[in-house]
Design a protein. Sequence first.
Length: 238
Amino acid sequence: MPRLYLIPTDLGNADCMDPRLVETIAPVEYLIVERLRTARRFLRKIGDKRNFDEAIRWLELDKHNPNVKHIRKTLQEAKSKSHDVGVLSEAGNPCIADPGSVIVSIAHELNFEIQPLVGPSSILLALTGSGLNGQQFAFHGYLPVEQAARNKRIRAMEQDVNTYGATQLFMETPYRNMALWKALLNQLNPSTLLHVSCDLTLDTQWIKTKKVSDWKSEITDLHKRPCIFALGRKMRMK
C-alpha cells in the first residue's frame, strides 16, 4: 500500500528537525508543495542529495484555490505505480493553516497509508509556552482583514475565554501584525491575558504573556516577524 507522508519544515532553524527526516522520505517519488522553489531549498538544507528533476515528480499547489481534480489525478497515478507521495508544508506541519487537509482527505478515499512525521508546530510551541489553558483551546488561523469583521472576531474569542476558559490561538501575515496588535489592545478587556510567541526557534525568539493593560505600557514591534497570538485567562490550581 502506498504511503502519503506529511512532511514538516522548519520555522527558520533547521536544527529543530528530526535528523532522520531525509532517510524517512527517501522513498517519496511524488511531492505536493505550496512553492516549488522554497521546497527544493528546504530539502537541500536538510541534506537531500537526490537529483530533484529526475527523482521526484512535483505538483505545486495553489493554497487559495487547490485544484482538487489535479490532486486526485496525481494521487491515483502514484497509487497505480505503487509510489509514495509527500506533502511538504511551507512552515511547520502540513494541514494546519494550509491546504494540505484537502490532499489527505482524498488520500483516505484512495486508501493510502497516512504517515504524519514529527516536526515543529508554532501553534503547539506557543500554547505550551503561554502558561494558558492547554486542556481546552481553539485555533482560528488568520483573522479577517477587514477592520469591523476582525474586531467582531476578537470580541467573540474573548467571550469564549470568559465563558469556557478555552485558550484562543490565531495568527496574522507578518506585515499586518501591527494592525492586528493595535486592534487587540483597543478591543480587549484590560484584564484579559494576551500572549505573543515571536520568531519561534530563531535566535531572536521571545515568548511573553501579559495582561492587555500591561502590554499598553510597552512598545512592541512585531512588524514582519512571524508570530502566534493567544488569548486566555489565568490558570487556577485546585
